[in-house]
Design a protein around this ligand. Structure first.
Ligand SMILES: *Cc1c(COP(=O)(O)O)cnc(C)c1O
Length: 533
């Protein structure tokens, strides 16, 4: 063996040189800083053929600069979503407290599967999930939670708990022919279909309940569906309510759904379906739950205080949930992956437990604290706990309240300004959240009247599709003419989450996700709409 070369490898790749590493890290940071003056890149050129045709790896050992060079071309110019002009989606810049947490995590590389591998990181996870659970459930006795790789998986945990509760032993026996069903609203995220497929429930057994004009699940139709499924002999394993639909910030009435499920279970003598809440986007409203509007220490204006109070009413229902999904990597401005699945009662984890005989590697695992006993994943990164605790404590409760209130203020401001234009109609005027969905019609059209006729069922389908085409065409016109240095990036949805008498409502969409976005961006957005027509 070439001892000299071996020694070089150990020196270069397994020996910590703070100077070398920080120098390379500094280069990356300076690149990010240099890019910050660039407009948002709409779509980067990608060359998959070249990537596939050039998979060669270096033969001779190099050093950390070779490692840097291997990734730098893909790093430079890539959009980090820092531009205040990004309004197109629930995508925003990660905050730098989260970066500090993530770097600390990377340096120790803990594995959350068991506390012998993670050392104190499982403790940090308990702290993080308890902090989040206190915020969301509003301080309860015995919360518990676990970080997962995304909202999809957190929702999957909620559904799985429901299956285990209504179909005892399913983990071992499988569904064994038992007809089970799950329920969501028609505005729910598509990840619920993913999990229905993957859990063996079958996507056809995931039922979606129509929403009302506020994008909230229709409670009368929920009751009807529960009865219908029961009459068909199906067991309803879970109802997943959405707190903050992805497009329109619609909010299901969690407390009312809880009441409906309780009385359904009592009436029919069945196990109450799991009430899971998908708050992947909407959870941040909970930062405002404890804000004292009378004291108003952060000096919110009367109109902002009204938004804060609406947020408080919207999140009050979370206390009735059995389990909740939150995505810190969305409105927590955190790094991927940081999603948490939270349950109101730690007792529930017994439904997911494996015995230590099933996992001989972890014979020392302790079900009271070792997530390996019940998690879907085995190796699990500690990014969630590190980025969440660094962000929560770095930014502080008051900081979070300011950030969330500001996003709500900007969304509300845009809604009010659009609504004043005769040819525009905001579709989620009453919703509370960072997103705005609206129509822009040609000048001369009365958008409000067209909307009223649509939601009250007086709009013929062919006529509606002509209006829908106009809304789309105007969006495309703005896209074509926009000045990338000045104009915000918006997106277009073909279905904002409500079918008005069978008609899916298309919409322009903006999400206020970047703390750097300001009133000038809004002014310019309104101007770009007025210019169009
Ligand atoms: C984004 C989203 C999800 C999926 O979360 P991932 O973290 O992307 O897996 C689930 N529900 C809602 C409401 C979402 O917006």
């Amino acid at each position: 063996m070439d001892q000299k070369l071996y020694g070089q490898i150990v020196d270069n790749f397994f020996t910590c040189s703070p100077e070398l590493i920080t120098a390379i890290f500094r280069e990356f940071l300076l690149a990010v800083q240099a890019e910050s003056s660039l407009p948002p890149s709409p779509r980067m050129a990608q060359n998959y053929e070249t990537a596939q045709a050039n998979p060669e790896i270096h033969v001779l050992p190099g050093n950390l600069k070779d490692a840097r060079d291997a990734v730098f071309p893909y790093f430079w110019g890539t959009d980090g979503w820092f531009s205040p002009l990004h309004l197109e989606n629930v995508k925003g810049p990660a905050n730098y407290a989260s970066l500090v947490g993530a770097l600390a995590c990377l340096l120790k590389n803990p594995n959350l599967c068991t506390d012998t591998y993670s050392q104190r990181s499982n403790e940090l996870e308990i702290k993080a999930v308890t902090a989040l659970a206190n915020l969301l459930f509003y301080h309860i006795e015995d919360p518990w939670g676990v970080f997962t790789m995304g909202g999809t998986i957190s929702n999957l945990y909620g559904a799985k708990l429901g299956i285990e509760k209504t179909c005892p032993g399913a983990m071992h026996n499988g569904l064994d022919g038992t007809g089970i069903a799950g329920i969501v609203s028609e505005a729910a995220h598509y990840s619920n279909l993913t999990l229905a497929g993957w859990l063996g429930l079958g996507t056809k057994n995931l039922h979606s309940i129509p929403t009302d004009e506020t994008f909230a699940m229709r409670l009368d139709l929920l009751e009807q569906k529960l009865e219908e499924l029961h009459a068909d002999g199906a067991r309803v394993a879970f109802v997943t309510a959405t707190l903050g639909t992805t497009d329109s910030s619609g909010i299901d009435d969690v407390a009312a759904i809880h009441g409906i499920l309780e009385s359904f279970a009592a009436r029919r003598g069945v196990t109450r379906p799991q009430l899971h809440v998908d708050a992947a986007v909407g959870w941040v409203l909970s930062f405002l739950a404890a804000y004292d509007a009378a004291q108003n220490e952060l000096g919110f204006s009367p109109s902002t205080l009204a938004l804060v109070q609406r947020a408080q009413r919207a999140t009050a229902g979370l206390r009735a949930a059995d389990s909740i999904t939150i995505d810190f990597h969305k409105m927590g401005w955190g790094h991927y992956p940081a999603s948490a699945f939270l349950v109101r009662s730690r007792q529930d984890l017994r439904y997911l437990s494996r015995s230590t005989e099933d996992m001989p590697y972890f014979s020392e695992a302790d079900g009271r604290r070792d997530p390996a006993v019940f998690t879907l994943e085995t190796s699990r990164p500690a990014f969630g706990p590190y980025t969440v605790m660094a962000s929560l404590n770095g930014i502080g409760l008051a900081g979070w309240q300011l950030l969330v209130a500001r996003a709500l203020e900007l969304a509300e401001d845009l809604k009010q300004r659009l609504e004043r234009l005769e040819y525009c109609k905001v579709l989620n005027l009453g919703a509370i959240g960072p997103s705005v969905v609206w129509w822009v019609l040609p000048k001369g059209r009365n958008a409000k009247e067209i909307y009223e006729r649509t939601v009250s069922g007086q709009m013929p389908e062919d006529k509606f599709s002509r209006y829908a085409a106009e809304i789309r065409r105007l969006f495309e016109k703005r896209e074509k003419n926009l000045d990338p240095r000045l104009d915000a990036r918006l997106s277009f949805t073909l279905n904002a989450g409500h079918k008005a008498h069978g008609l899916a409502l298309p919409a322009w969409k903006a999400v206020f996700f970047n703390p750097l976005t300001d009133g000038a961006v809004l002014d310019r957005l309104i101007y770009s709409i007025e210019e169009l027509l």
